[in-house]
Design a protein around this ligand. Structure first.
Ligand SMILES: O=C(O)CCC(=O)C(=O)O
Ligand SMILES: [Fe+2]
Length: 315
């Protein structure tokens, strides 16, 4: 075994002891458990939880200057210090997936790997998790009869929104005219190579004129919108540079008429990673199946490693 080299100078300097964290800096984390979670999910630390009642940080700008477009733009919804802390917290504490699926066109099948990490919590309007102060006890019941859901109702395993995201949901609901959201989808774009292609968020699952609230944390990325272009409609494309803490709410006829995307990006700060959280209200079981199929899938669970500074397979 070789001894670690020390410079001559260092022999005359006292070796600094690693700093012991002060008790008040590191309150013990509490965790929420549920049989559907791959591991317990931490609750928000007081430094973030105590900042939530002050949201939104600004009043939104309403954008309706294009046909069928109805957006609310908060710049920001969450102020910088809290947004930074929330970004690191969620990246570290949530389970993520890199979903693979195949698409069949005629006789050819193509294997697709979703070009970002995803995760989802929630269940559509026809079912509800029984409210319980302890997440681990909450079970799925019919939202009308309150009788237990038969295990055959869903192929997927719906998961209750963990308290750390539920607290955020309450603030977002209060800010968006009391819209009740029952789904929380989270995307993690690890670098500029990660993206989401042009799409609209399907009316079939969300009902007509759905309201979708979309929060950005971490690296700034472009959010592009273009009209689906029905005959005789002239609409200019929209480009927004979404910064940490910003929130865009898409409402009214927006989903029915516009597509949106986050394109791949060279350079900039994209390599630092970006989290996007969308809150939505699913109305039919098919929506639940679709969201779990494409945002959780059946593959491996990933978890952020502070040591390796990347998503690693969780054991
Ligand atoms: O990352 C974003 O800002 C958009 C995400 C999105 O459109 C989606 O998850 O449906
Ligand atoms: Fe979307």
């Amino acid at each position: 075994m070789t001894m670690a080299k020390r410079t001559l100078e260092s022999f005359y300097k006292p070796i600094s002891k690693p700093k012991k964290p002060r008790i008040e800096d590191t309150p013990p984390s509490s965790y929420s458990r549920h049989p559907s979670y791959p591991f317990p999910i931490a609750d928000l630390p007081p430094s973030i939880a105590n900042a939530l009642p002050d949201l939104p940080a600004t009043t939104p700008r309403r954008i309706t200057n294009q046909p069928h477009l109805d957006l609310l733009y908060y710049q920001p919804f969450i102020p910088p210090t809290t947004a930074r802390e929330l970004f690191h917290f969620l990246r570290r504490e949530l389970p993520f997936y890199r979903v693979q699926y195949t698409i069949r066109r005629g006789s050819t099948t193509t294997q697709i790997t979703t070009p970002r990490f995803t995760t989802v919590f929630g269940v559509d309007d026809t079912s509800i998790f029984t409210p319980s102060p302890n997440t681990s006890n909450s079970t799925l019941v019919d939202s009308k009869t309150h009788t237990p859901i038969p295990s055959t109702k869903y192929k997927s395993t719906p998961r209750p929104i963990p308290p750390c995201l539920d607290a955020l949901r309450h603030r977002v609901e209060a800010a968006t005219d009391g819209t009740a959201y029952n789904f929380c989808l989270v995307n993690y774009y690890a670098s500029g190579d990660d993206s989401i292609a042009y799409h609209s968020d399907d009316e079939r699952f969300l009902g007509p004129n759905p309201c979708i609230a979309s929060l950005s944390l971490g690296a700034k990325r472009d959010f592009l919108m273009k009209h689906k272009l029905t005959e005789g409609v002239e609409a200019a494309p929209v480009k927004m540079s979404l910064a940490e803490g910003d929130m865009v709410v898409m409402r009214g006829e927006t989903q029915a008429n516009w597509l949106h995307s986050v394109p791949k990006r060279r350079g900039g700060e994209a390599w630092q990673g970006r989290i996007n959280i969308t809150f939505r209200r699913g109305v039919v079981p098919a929506g639940t199946e679709n969201y779990y199929r494409y945002n959780v899938g059946e593959g491996r669970v990933y978890r952020w490693s502070e040591e390796e500074e990347r998503m690693v397979e969780s054991c």
